[in-house]
Design a binder for this molecule. Structure first.
Ligand SMILES: O=P(O)(O)O[C@@H]1[C@@H](OP(=O)(O)O)[C@H](OP(=O)(O)O)[C@H](O)[C@H](OP(=O)(O)O)[C@H]1OP(=O)(O)O
Ligand SMILES: Nc1ncnc2c1ncn2[C@@H]1O[C@H](COP(=O)(O)OP(=O)(O)OP(=O)(O)O)[C@@H](O)[C@H]1O
Length: 426
């Protein structure tokens, strides 16, 4: 892809990656970041990725001999294999696998940095895009053409996408954590406790009333409370996109909460409809009936994520007895990939924990557009159609993004940050 000729738009970023949209192709380009002050390890990664084919079909079959593997990074082939593995476990309907690896020149890198500069959150500017490659993926904030075929969408309304980073949906107890973490009898879940250390460390300016336990409860009133809390105080847990443009979140130039209500056709209808779509989409099972996942019952996205997250809960005692090097290696993930697993039963406890660490940090994107025609009851067998209480029908899609593998020192870091969080509660 010749990036000098293509329109690129700042999409969003997290701790490790910056993403730009490529509207012309309904794709995004996900670029690794590194601290401005440190020399990027991904530039070394690039030497491996350059020697690999840019065609991911070839890439999937490419193995770098272990003697050449760098311990502290996963190469593109392993990253791809890990995402595919999660697709098998979770259901490929919910996941986008990268289409290709794009080689990024110094000129591309400068162009992208300058496009993104005005929109980047202030607290993310200590990092910049690094290395010479990025992943091209379908844009999850837009509806894919094959889903829209033969469906008349309301032309006067826009496509909206709500992204939620739900975080840990299960509660740590003294029994689970084998007294490794002092919970101070606070009764708070990890996310709620983390709000206090984040406030203390000036990562946030106000406490959020969002609680993942409400979102994952599946109970209508609690889920609505959670979604409203995210809307009022999005932090890095909620973003809203309109036709692929980021309009609400933690970026520079975001709309304010008070601006949202008067914005666009969706918001004129009021928040109620949007909250209803998000809630219903999170509880819908989108897995095609012919597709089998390693879970016996086919589940909605919330249940699927929670089940994998709970592997950490189940294996906490095991993890707490193990001693770990405090270095950023990926041995556990490499072991998982070597196994060619199709079911969770094939995994060792530390491997189960590792998968769960990924799902405790993923994001869910719910994309929707109002449909033009009244649908007959029969049409609702299509799980992508969601009918709201006001009688409107929406075409919807749910995608899980940020399914990165976590390094071997994750558990150690998790225990430290969780202890700090509970100790910060005032
Ligand atoms: O430990 P947590 O729960 O604070 O999660 C980290 C996230 O913090 P959060 O609390 O969501 O703001 C953190 O997000 P932010 O930088 O705070 O937006 C990262 O996602 C981090 O992952 P990685 O180290 O980049 O692979 C996340 O670290 P991992 O725990 O996934 O390693
Ligand atoms: N396939 C996609 N389609 C649309 N937007 C995407 C896609 N992948 C990522 N994004 C957007 O880019 C943002 C940053 O990507 P991502 O979450 O992968 O970054 P990260 O640095 O790994 O995040 P984290 O800090 O949570 O680890 C996402 O939160 C989402 O808004």
């Amino acid at each position: 892809m010749d990036f000098s000729q293509i329109e690129l738009i700042y999409r969003a970023e997290g701790n490790a990656n910056l993403v730009v949209a490529i509207p012309q192709y309904k794709k995004v380009l996900r670029l690794p970041k590194a601290n401005i002050s440190t020399k990027s390890s991904s530039s070394t990664a690039t030497s491996s990725s350059r020697s690999l084919s840019c065609d991911l079909k070839g890439l999937a079959n490419t193995r770098i001999p272990s003697s050449e593997q760098q311990e502290d990074i996963l190469n593109p082939a392993d990253n791809l294999a890990y995402t595919k593995l999660l697709g098998t476990l979770i259901g490929s309907e919910y996941i986008y696998v990268p289409d290709s690896v794009a080689i990024i020149s110094q000129t591309d890198s400068e162009k992208i940095s300058s496009i993104c500069r005005p929109f980047r959150p202030a607290h993310r500017r200590d990092k910049k895009i690094c290395g010479q490659f990025g992943y091209i993926l379908p844009d999850a904030t837009l509806l894919p053409d094959n889903l829209c075929a033969n469906i008349q969408l309301l032309p006067t309304t826009n496509t909206f996408a709500i992204e939620i980073k739900p975080k840990q949906g299960w509660k740590l107890t003294e029994t689970v954590n084998s007294n490794l973490i002092d919970l101070r009898n606070s009764g708070k879940c990890r996310y709620c406790a983390m709000q206090f250390s984040k406030l203390k460390n000036c990562k946030i300016s106000a406490l959020s009333s969002y609680c993942p336990l409400d979102l994952f409860s599946g109970i209508q009133s609690r889920m609505e409370t959670a979604i409203h809390a995210l809307l009022r105080c999005p932090q890095n847990n909620l973003r809203i996109f309109e036709n692929g443009n980021l309009i609400y979140g933690d970026h520079s130039g975001s709309l304010l909460f008070t601006d949202l209500q008067g914005r666009g056709s969706l918001f004129e209808k009021n928040f109620k409809t949007m909250v209803e779509i998000v809630r219903k989409a999170l509880l819908t099972n989108y897995i095609h009936s012919e597709e089998t996942t390693s879970f016996d019952e086919r589940s909605c996205v919330l249940e699927t994520i929670l089940k994998i997250q709970q592997l950490a809960e189940e294996n906490f005692a095991f993890m707490s007895k193990r001693s770990y090097e405090d270095c950023k290696s990926y041995q556990v993930v490499r072991n998982i990939l070597r196994k060619n697993i199709t079911t969770l039963d094939d995994l060792l406890p530390e491997e189960r924990y590792s998968l769960s660490a990924t799902l405790m940090d993923c994001s869910i994107i719910i994309t929707f557009h109002e449909m033009a025609l009244e649908k007959k009851e029969d049409d609702f067998k299509n799980s992508h159609f969601i009918k709201t209480e006001d009688g409107s029908t929406f075409l919807t899609k749910v995608t899980i993004v940020d399914l990165d593998a976590k390094p071997d020192n994750h558990f150690r870091k998790y225990v430290n940050t969780t202890n700090e969080a509970y100790a910060s509660i005032s």
